[in-house]
Write a protein of this length. Structure first.
Length: 389
């Protein structure tokens, strides 16, 4: 019976979060719930829990954060109430409901678990400290608190709070201590490295060694120069388009009508050569200025791992406004990521410029060769026609 109830619980909690959970819950959402569910299942297996106990843990995992749909403070008690009401309506025994309520309440920060099942769900709820994506999930929690409290949290302050949490936190089950503790210690080591790096930058600023203004000037000047070069390339392409359009217009209006006369037969091939090279120059000019927009979808993970640049519209135009605002806030709070985005912007702008100027060089070469060959063909054709007649 409980297997069927777990399926119903999954559907209930998923719909509850989708319809009622605040969008400010960047961390305490369905993704976190599923992560806790997976971890309790793994820990229960390693701790040799019975099938019944494992299913009770899974049920508690599904409901342990549902209270966030109604309250912030004391959400564990609210979660227990929501779970209790749901399970009573589904006909679960009061004994099992009480166990699930106790498991949910055991996830409170100040509660020390007393039973094995409570230890398992407590370890699962805090297993993110041993996750390979720890810093990503930590940033999600920081953003959640920023939006909910409407108060900024400096990165260094947040990292120090994380450091204090690491110092106080402990895993309770034997399997978590074996499997998760080493990963937690590695995250703690990397956390300290981040703190040291930020503090070192603050010391440099205090000593007047901050190069931020110089770096910003460098990026501003270089990006402006590249934009000017791009504008010059577009202007050159437009000049070629205009010149060749005039040549084609003149040829079609003045030369082509005269080709019907036998006396003007010598104009056929030179005119054809001229038109071919003019059309080729126009096509190459259009290709050199044709815009190219990326079709890839940018994710938060890509932003935090420096895999993309959301400062370029071609990258962020598929993002929702909420995700874009989050990305900009993330850049403003992470100087290294911001400079990395500017570096990518400069690099890819350089690639675009290289393509434009390479095609423009080819276009001017085709135009120059076309003019020369067309002029020679007119002279040779006229000379040959004159000798024949």
């Amino acid at each position: 019976m409980i297997n069927k109830l777990l399926e119903q619980a999954e559907l209930f909690v998923s719909n509850l979060f989708e319809n009622k959970l605040s969008p400010k819950n960047f961390y305490h959402n369905i993704e976190h719930t599923k992560s806790v569910l997976d971890t309790v299942t793994q820990l229960a297996g390693r701790e040799n829990c019975t099938e019944q106990d494992t299913q009770l843990l899974q049920m508690a995992a599904w409901f342990h954060d549902t209270g966030y749909v109604n309250v912030e403070t004391g959400h564990e008690e609210e979660s227990a109430k929501i779970a209790s009401q749901f399970l009573k309506d589904k006909g679960m025994s009061q004994v099992d409901i009480s166990v699930i309520e106790d498991l949910i309440l055991a996830t409170k920060m100040d509660v020390t678990p007393t039973t094995l099942l409570e230890q398992i769900i407590k370890d699962a709820d805090c297993a993110h400290v041993a996750s390979e994506r720890y810093f990503e999930t930590s940033e999600q929690l920081r953003q959640e608190l920023i939006y909910k409290n409407e108060q900024s949290i400096p990165v260094l302050d947040w990292l120090n709070q994380n450091k204090e949490f690491f110092a106080k936190h402990k895993f309770y089950t034997q399997s978590a201590q074996v499997k998760l503790q080493p990963k937690k210690e590695m995250n703690a080591f990397n956390l300290q490295k981040k703190i040291n790096k930020i503090e070192a930058k603050k010391v440099e600023k205090a000593k007047g060694k901050n190069l931020g203004r110089g770096v910003e000037t460098m990026f501003r000047s270089t990006l402006r120069n590249h934009m000017q070069l791009s504008a010059i390339a577009d202007t050159k392409a437009n000049i070629l388009l205009s010149v060749n359009a005039i040549i084609i217009s003149v040829a079609l209006s003045n030369l082509v009508p005269k080709l019907d006369s036998a006396s003007n037969a010598f104009l056929v091939y030179p005119t054809l050569v001229l038109l071919i090279f003019s059309v080729s120059s126009i096509v190459l000019s259009v290709i050199s200025t044709r815009p190219n927009v990326s079709n890839s979808t940018v994710t938060k993970e890509m932003i935090m791992s420096n895999q993309t640049n959301i400062l370029f519209f071609g990258n962020f135009y598929k993002m929702s406004l909420k995700d874009f605002e989050w990305g900009i806030d993330y850049l403003m709070g992470h100087e290294d990521t911001m400079y990395n985005a500017l570096t990518k912007d400069l690099y890819y702008l350089g690639l675009v410029l290289e393509r434009k100027y390479r095609l423009l060089r080819l276009t001017y070469t085709v135009f120059m060769i076309g003019i020369i060959i067309s002029a020679l063909s007119f002279i040779l054709s006229y000379h040959f026609f004159a000798n024949v007649t």
